[in-house]
Design a protein around this ligand. Structure first.
Ligand SMILES: [Zn+2]
Length: 113
């Protein structure tokens, strides 16, 4: 991987982190407890609770992805960055640009999933 590609990936990570931070904020706001006084109707409250748990799941997912990206940013200058952690082959740059948090090449990721 040349320094230009590294820079490109770094940029992709930063952009992705920005987007994720925004979704974390949004989901944080949406997953506030549903107040019982908010009783417009029983069904509405059930719906509110349902969508709240969906929001919480999305929140957890976004937070996890953010943590992974934070790790990737720290590792980017490491000589092993961009190598598959399973087979040690370089991960294609296109894959790294789309999902910079990945630590596996396509073949290994498919093998594990
Ligand atoms: Zn691999």
């Amino acid at each position: 991987m040349n320094p230009d590609q590294k820079q490109e990936i770094k940029q992709a990570i930063i952009e992705k982190m920005k987007a994720l931070k925004k979704s974390v904020e949004t989901y944080n706001g949406l997953s506030k407890p549903v107040s019982p006084d908010n009783a417009i109707g029983r069904l509405t409250r059930m719906e509110a609770i349902n969508s709240r748990s969906i929001n919480q799941a999305s929140l957890t997912k976004s937070k996890r992805a953010l943590q992974q990206l934070e790790k990737s940013v720290l590792k980017i200058d490491h000589p092993d960055f961009g190598n598959c952690q399973n087979c040690e082959e370089p991960i294609p740059i296109k894959r790294l640009l789309i999902m910079p948090e990945t630590i596996l090449c396509v073949a290994c990721a498919q093998g594990i999933e």
